[in-house]
Ligand binder design. Structure first.
Ligand code: APR
Length: 314
């Protein structure tokens, strides 16, 4: 059986680190693509990563390039191209620049890897993934966004820190847009099978939710020169693995919801089954009235963002 081909567009912090996690998990051969710039950055990173393979013990051919021909026939394409958030910048400030960039990437992928599943990571995520859907013309199940796995991982990390338990025992779900309006689902959060609400009071839980909501900004504030990349890349690699290995993972991702949750044709974070075909099913949960209200608010924010993007000369 030949190895899967994974292309990562944008070989910056998130892209290169995604390549690192994918290679370490031996998910397939990897192509790292970036625009031509000083030096031959993607080639250098690819070669460096390849040279880690005898030490770590993975067989993966990693190629760095500026040429989309090298990405042809990819099974999965990850888009991390764009500019990263600087201190004081909201995800929305990135809108115009990154919409142009991801649009140009989608244009290329459409012809070079027409059968791929595309995972969009560039921010502002909920708008970028919509842009990629439109430009690529791919079926919605083959275009999805990485946000929920990361947001949920942040939430799980903070919960484990607070309770002094292993992160492995914390299972949680967050829904909605990848921004300040993300929706925690306490009814779907448990620790070793015990509902979280039986282990901490609502005030402590709310503080953790708040920290999760601004989890990206917290890292930006500390790094000063860029945004988070280890956890975003690990989250992306988990999605790549679910597709390559047809794992049918039940994880939250930004998926195109039409009738689901009454969204009406937007990308929003929902629990899905992720496998070789991309989004194989969207799980529709019965929401409590609070969850429904929060989710509606979050959809409103996503719609606003997309409306701003659609009004731009792209
Ligand atoms: N085609 C390919 N690559 C591009 C293009 C393009 N048209 N335009 C920019 N890039 C590349 C840049 O050259 C850079 O190497 O995208 C890379 C982005 O890398 P970083 O600046 O290191 O940013 P990173 O931290 O990786 O974040 C990338 O992911 O999580 C999101 O908010 C984040 O939108 C940002 C994206």
């Amino acid at each position: 059986m030949s190895r899967a081909k994974i292309s990562i567009i944008g070989a910056g912090n998130v892209g290169a680190t995604t390549a690192h996690w994918c290679a370490a998990a031996e998910l397939g051969d990897i192509v790292l693509l970036d625009i031509p710039q000083v030096g031959d950055m993607p080639k250098g990173k690819a070669l460096d990563l390849m040279q880690a393979s005898p030490i770590v013990g993975f067989d993966s051919r990693i190629v760095g390039t500026n040429d989309y021909a090298d990405t042809a026939g990819s099974q999965v394409v990850v888009i991390t191209a764009g500019i990263a958030r600087k201190p004081g910048m909201s995800r929305d400030d990135l809108l115009s620049t990154n919409a142009k960039i991801v649009g140009s990437v989608a244009e290329q992928i459409k012809t070079t890897s027409p059968g791929a599943v595309i995972i969009v990571v560039s921010n502002p995520l909920d708008a970028m993934v919509q842009r990629v859907l439109k430009v690529s013309g791919f079926p919605p199940k083959r275009v999805l966004g990485q946000a929920g796995v990361l947001d949920t991982a942040r939430y799980r990390t903070f919960l484990a820190m607070e309770l002094g338990v292993s992160v492995e025992d914390v299972s949680a779900l967050l829904m909605g847009g990848h921004g300040d309006t993300m929706v925690p689902m306490p009814s779907c959060t448990s620790v070793g099978g015990i509902p979280v609400t039986r282990l901490m009071d609502s005030k402590r839980l709310e503080a953790i939710v708040e920290r999760t909501r601004s989890g990206g900004a917290e890292i930006v504030g500390l790094l000063k020169t860029g945004s988070a990349y280890y956890a975003p890349a690990a989250a992306t690699a988990q999605m790549v693995e679910a597709i390559i290995r047809d794992k049918k993972r039940l994880i939250p991702c930004a998926a195109y919801c039409e009738k689901e949750y009454g969204v009406g044709g937007y990308y929003v974070g929902v629990p899905i089954i992720l496998g070789a075909q991309g989004v194989e099913r969207i799980i529709e949960l019965e929401l409590t009235s609070q969850e429904r209200a929060d989710f509606q608010k979050s959809i409103g924010a996503v719609k606003e963002l997309v409306a701003v993007m659609n009004a731009l000369p792209l």
